[in-house]
Structure formats: C-alpha cells, structure tokens
Design a protein around this ligand. Structure first.
Ligand code: F6P
Length: 487
C-alpha cells in the first residue's frame, strides 16, 4: 500500500480540547509536546483521522454529537477528522491515574525509590485490567472500525505509553494493516521492568509487538526495548538489524529524534502577544536571567535544580541581586497524588531559597505556576542560561524551542539524560542531574562564558534544530513504514 491511503493517528491527548464558558462552547489547542509534534504531522496528511480520548466534559458532549468525528476549523485542514472517544469515567481514571501515570511513567523514567514503591496490590492488578486494558480495547475497536471504513487499506500511527496493548489487539483483527508506534518517553533497560508482575510486563511487551515498526527518540531506547524482548520474553533478537521476530513476523525497532517546526516557532516568537511580554520582561530583568520551563513532573528534577541554585548563590555572593531564576512551571497531572505532593515540595524550596538569599525587592527565584506560552516564549528570547536538568527525559522540546529563538547568545545547560543531549550535548554545558554541586558549577560556567563562545555554541545548536526538524522526524517514519509495508 502507499501512504496516500488512509492514515489513522492515535494518541491519548488530542489536538483540541473543548470547554464551555458563559453557555458557549470554547475550543483550545491540546497541551503537551506530543500534540505540538503531531500537529506538524497532521498538516502533511491528505486523508486522515486522529483518534483521541474525550478528556473534558464538553469533549464527551462533542463525542456523543459527532461519533464519527469532526473537522475542527481551528486545525485548518478540511480533511483531517478528529474522532473523540468517550470512555467510562472509572475506567479512564484507572487508566490514567493508576497505570499510565504513575506506574508506566515512573518505571520508564526510573522514578521509583524501590524501597518504597511500587507496591503492586489488587488495586493495581484490577486497574490494569478494568482501566488500562479496557481503554486499550475500546480504542482498538475504534481503530478497527476506521481500518474497515478504509477497505482494510490503512496505516495506523500510534503514540505513546497509553496504548501498549492496542497494537496486538488491532493486529489480531486486521492482520494485514500496517502498524507503527512512536514511544515519546525513555525506554529503560530490561531490569527496570522487573518491578511488574510477569503477566503484566509480558502483556505490555507482547501488545507493543503487534506493531510492524516501533519508534523511539534514541538508538539507546530502541536497543533497550530489544534487550527486553530477549531477556524477558526470550524472543530471537537481531541487534545489528535492530529487529525481533514474534509469531513469524518481523518487528523493527527504530529511532527518530522528535523536533519542532522552526519556521512556525520563529513566527510565534514575533507575535504581538510575545513581543508585549518580552518588553515587560526586558524592562525588569537583572544582569543574568536563568530560566527553566517545565511541567511540574518529578522527572524534570525541579527541586534539585533549586538546590543547585542555592549552592550557586552560596558559592558566588557576587551574584546577589544581579540574577533571577525565572521558573515557569505548568501544573501537571494534579489528580495523581505524587504530582500534587511534588508541587508542594517545589513551593517549599522556593520559599526557603528566597528567604535565605533574598534582599529588599530581590527575589532570587521568580516562580510562576501556570501555563503561559506567550510568557515562556518571551523568556526563551531573553534567557542567558536555560536549565534542563531532567533526571530522565525522552527528548525535551523546550531545549530545542528555546535555543532557536534566543536573542542573547544564551547557553543551554542540558542534562545528559535527555534525548536532546544526543543532538545538542556537544554545544551545551552538560548537567549531571543527581550531582547538585556539578550543576551549580556548570551554571556558573555558563553564566560567565565569553560571548564569542556562547554565540558559537548557540549557532551550532540552531543549525541542528533547523536541519533535524519535525518534517524530517515524520519523513523518516513514513519511509520506514513504506519499507515495512513493501516487505
Ligand atoms: O510524551 C510524553 C507526553 O505525552 C508529552 O506529550 C507531554 O509533554 C506530556 O506527556 C503530557 O502529558 P499529559 O497528557 O499527561 O498531560
């Protein structure tokens, strides 16, 4: 089959989210890096349907009104249908807040302190079956319906850790369909999966192996996946071809670093809203602006970042009143208890550092706990150093977006455990996420680096981001899908 035929995209969070204000329906763009990347992808699809979960109450109303989906004018593509899937609320809650986040997310980002968690009890086993598996089955039904509508000739592109069981279910019902899955988060070594009971982890691996091609951000994640197939499932794996065989079928593990649309992002950086925010920021900034922009996710290592800043101020009293650490943090997954507790820890350490070092009207840390894209982009343009100290992060698009539009020869201080470090690490100052002193020293090095060196590093980063853009990410995947289909 060729790629001009029907493409079925599947992700948990869709490109739009509906709401209701003063009796009127509102439409907002869906949040998160995945939606940003897939929006670029959707503009290149000629005939596609994007299947995603109804998340808000109004999404559920829309799903009931338009069970076949609708083309939201906001997306600007007349032939891209968005099909919202309404789910049983209890199943959706177990799927998202018990299994996907935290269990799978925590395993894949190494977030467990194994002395204390995870504790797999009947609650988790039941949530896996009646939440995660049930939601995957419901999505599989919808995908199969869409494949049948296309006369069986369709390419299914699945996204992320929410749908590991779905591919095998679709494969069972549509053996000839082409299935491609992109995993947006790290894939850890086989032992990390041993915290799950064997039936659960086997089901996850076997589910994912329903695909023809499985994409990751880096070669290391792809290799870890194949090693898991070998060690946990005892399947024959070829690490030079990066393939595994299951039930006589070849499944390919590939890597494609996700990226952004540089032109569109540059245009956004010049929008009137961003320019307003930038003027305001430039007027009140001090000599040095250290910036971080993150969801309040424990994997982002926000608390250790503030501990490193505390050390920096202690070691370098000459920075007093001359620096601000602007932390733009979007509250995330607040219905998952670990995430709510993490926000409290963030607030506590910010208060401590400000109390300890602050003087007069100088607040060493300026914390914004809200989602404000215009302010984030204005700050991208103004930073001297951007801190990305994630413990583990699949890619980290903030690093790519921010360096592209920065106007002050800013330096990336980038964790070695991000996918982005593979592409940009040579031009960044590397951070070791658990070594707080090293982070403090590295931030100081970045702040005091001669301007020519900063400029050279930034120019090199920009070139990488422009060359490896989101269009390339998509083309590489489509080429592999064509190859798999031809075979
Ligand atoms: O790939 C991880 C991801 O799905 C990103 O798209 C996004 O940054 C984040 O997780 C969003 O998470 P949630 O949909 O739970 O808000």
């Amino acid at each position: 089959m060729s790629l001009t035929e029907r493409i079925i995209l599947v992700s948990n969070r869709g490109p739009v989210q509906y709401g209701r204000e003063n009796g009127e329906r509102t439409t907002n763009r869906g949040a998160g890096g995945l939606v940003t990347a897939l929006s670029g992808l959707s503009s290149q699809l000629q005939d596609g349907v994007w299947v995603c979960a109804a998340m808000s109450d109004e999404d559920v109303v829309v799903a009931r009104e338009s069970p076949e989906g609708l083309c939201p004018p906001e997306l600007g593509h007349d032939d891209l249908r968005v099909r919202l899937v309404a789910l049983d609320p209890a199943a959706q809650d177990d799927f998202y807040t018990v299994i996907a986040n935290p269990l799978l997310w925590f395993i894949q980002h190494h977030l467990y302190d194994l002395k204390t968690g995870p504790n797999i009890t009947r609650r988790e086993i039941e949530a896996f079956e009646s939440g995660y598996a049930a939601v995957n089955r419901r999505f599989a039904e919808v995908v199969v319906e869409e494949v049948n509508k296309a006369g069986g000739d369709a390419t299914v592109m699945l996204h992320d850790y929410h749908f590991y069981l779905l591919p095998a279910e679709v494969r069972r019902q549509c053996p000839d369909v082409v299935l491609h899955h992109f995993v947006h988060i790290p894939w850890p070594d086989p032992d990390a999966w041993r915290v799950l009971p064997p039936p659960m982890r086997d089901a996850l691996f076997r589910g994912l192996l329903g695909n023809d091609v499985i994409g990751f951000h880096t070669e290391g994640y792809a290799r870890n996946f194949l090693l898991g197939c070998q060690e946990l499932l005892h399947l024959p794996v070829d690490l030079s071809a990066m393939e595994v065989v299951i039930d006589g079928r070849v499944v390919r593990a590939r890597w494609y670093p996700i990226s952004i649309d540089p032109e569109a992002f540059e245009a956004m950086a010049e929008s009137p809203e961003v320019l307003d925010q930038e003027r305001e920021l430039a007027a009140r900034r001090r000599d040095h602006l250290l910036l971080r922009v993150d969801r309040t996710d424990p994997s982002k290592n926000i608390v250790r970042g503030f501990m490193a800043y505390d050390l920096l101020l202690q070691d370098h009293p000459e920075l007093a009143e001359r620096i601000t650490f602007l932390a733009l943090l979007q509250p995330s997954r607040q219905d998952v208890p670990e995430y709510a507790a993490y926000v409290e820890r963030i607030q506590t350490i910010v208060d401590d550092v400000n109390r300890k070092h602050g003087t007069g009207d100088w607040h060493p840390i300026e914390l914004h706990l809200k989602d404000d894209l215009d302010l984030a982009v204005a700050a991208y343009k103004q930073f001297d150093v951007l801190m990305v100290n994630a413990m583990f992060d699949g890619m980290n698009l903030v690093a790519k977006e921010s360096i592209l539009v920065n106007r002050r020869d800013g330096v990336l201080a980038l964790s070695e455990n991000t996918g982005a470090h593979e592409e940009l690490g040579a031009f960044a100052v590397t951070l070791h996420p658990f070594d707080i002193q090293q982070q403090a020293d590295a931030i100081h090095e970045a702040l005091t680096m001669p301007v020519e060196e900063r400029r050279g590093r930034r120019d090199a980063c920009v070139k990488v981001v422009q060359q490896n853009d989101v269009a390339k990410w998509l083309q590489m995947q489509l080429a592999d899908i064509s190859r798999a289909a031809a075979e």
